[in-house]
Design a protein around this ligand. Sequence first.
Ligand SMILES: Cc1ncc(COP(=O)(O)O)c(C=O)c1O
Length: 459
Amino acid sequence: MFKTIIEPFRIKVVEQIKMTTPEQRKVMLAEAGYNIFSLRSDDVIIDLLTDSGTGAMSANQWGGVMRGDESYAGSPSYFHFRDSVNDITGFEHIIPTHQGRAAERILFTVMCKEGDVVPNNSHFDTTRANVEFRGAIALDLPSPELADMDSDYPFKGNMDVARLRDAFNEYGADRIPLVMMTVTNNSGGGQPVSMANMRAVSDLCHEYNTPLYLDACRITENAYLIKQREPGFADKTVRAIVREMCDLAEGCTMSAKKDAIVNMGGFLATRDAALAQEHKVLLILTEGFPTYGGLSGRDLEALAIGMQEAVDEDYLHYRIASTHYVGQHLRDAGVPLLWPTGGHAIYLDAKRFASHLEPQQLPGVSVANAMYELGGVRACEIGTLMFGSRDPETGVEFAAPRELVRLAIPRRTYTQSHMDYVIEVVVKALEQRDSLPAYRIVEQAPFLRHFSAKLEPVT
Ligand SMILES: Cc1ncc(COP(=O)(O)O)c(C=O)c1O
C-alpha cells in the first residue's frame, strides 16, 4: 500500500558518529598512507568496509548475552545454540568455532590432502587460503553470466556445472574430496545462487559420490533472493528455502558474523558422525571444548537467537530492499556497478568509473579514497591492490581481472538517510571522475599487501 519500506526496528541505543570535514579527512588519509585500512574507524562517518561482525544485535540478543552460561562443559547456552542451528539447517553434528575461517581450517584439514582439488563457485579469500595451506588446489568455477556486469541475469553467483563435470573428468573423483558452494557468492559480487543450480551441482556430486558443503555465511539473504527471483518459490517461506538448500548438502561452514548478526562466532556442521568426531579432535586443539568451541556462552546465546532472526522475512525484505535502493539510485545516476544488486553489498566498477586510469594506477583505490575524502565513507578496493602482484625482480605490476570497490552494508546499523548520504557521496565522486588521481604503491608486504601497503597519489 505504501512505497516506503521502513526499517522494521526501533533504535534503543545509539552510537555517536564523529563528524569531520573534507580538509581534516585529506590530512588523515595522507597520514594513513592513502590506505583506508590504516584509518582509525573513529575518523570514518559511514563505514562500509565490511558487513562482517558489524551488524547491530537486537534487544533479544543482548538479553541472551546476559543469560549466557559460562560453564566449561555442557552449558545450556551450547544446547540452545545447537538446537537453533539444527532447527534452521537440519544438520545434526554442529560444532561452534570462533569465526568462519576456523571452521574452514578444521574442515579442510580433515577432508583434504596434498594435491587434492576443491571446486567452489568462488572461494572467499580465507577459504582459498585454508585449502591452499593444506596443499590442495582451490578451483573457482563461477558461472559465465558473472562476466557481464550489466545484464539482468538474476543468479550470477551460480557455479558453472559443465566446468564442474570437466573437473571431475580431468582430476578424477578421487582427488576431489568435497565440492563447496558459497551462498551468496561474496567473491563473485555478492550474487545469489539459484536452487536449480544448487540441485544440479548436488546431483553431479551424488553421481561422483562426493560430498557437497555450503559456505553458508549469507544463506538467508540467498534464500530471500531465491524467493524473489526464482519461479516456483514466491509462496515458500525463507525458512523452508534455507532448509531445502541445506537438504542438498552434506554440511556447511558458517561465519555467523554475517547473516546471524553477531559480532563474533561461527560453526561447522555435518551429517557425518564419523567426520564430526575428527572435527572435534581438531577443535579441542585450537578452539576449545566441543560445547563452546572458540566462543563464550554469551556468544552462543546471541548466535542462537541471531539464527532465528536471520530468517525473519520482514527483516530480510528491508535488508534486500535497502541494498537494492542504493544500487538503483546509483545506477540511475550513471554510476557503473555490478547489476543486479545482491544481498550484502554494492560493487562499483572502478574500471569504468575512473576510465582514464590503467589498472596499475589503482582506479579502485582512487575511487575509494575520493569517497572517503569527500564524505567520510569508507569502502574497500577489490582490484589490483588486493589481487594484483608485483614481480620482485622486474618490479612489473600484474593487474587483477577486475577493478571493483565494494560498499558492504552492515546489518541493521545504518538508516535510510545514511544510505541517501552514501549515494550523494558516490555521485559527487562520479562528478569529479576525470580528476581522480592515479596511485602508486610505495611500500608493500609480500602477502595480502592491501592490508598494510603505503600508497601515494601520482600528480
Ligand atoms: C563467503 C565468506 N566465507 C568465509 C568468510 C570467513 O569468515 P570469518 O571472517 O568469520 O573468518 C567470509 C568473511 O567475510 C566470507 O564472506
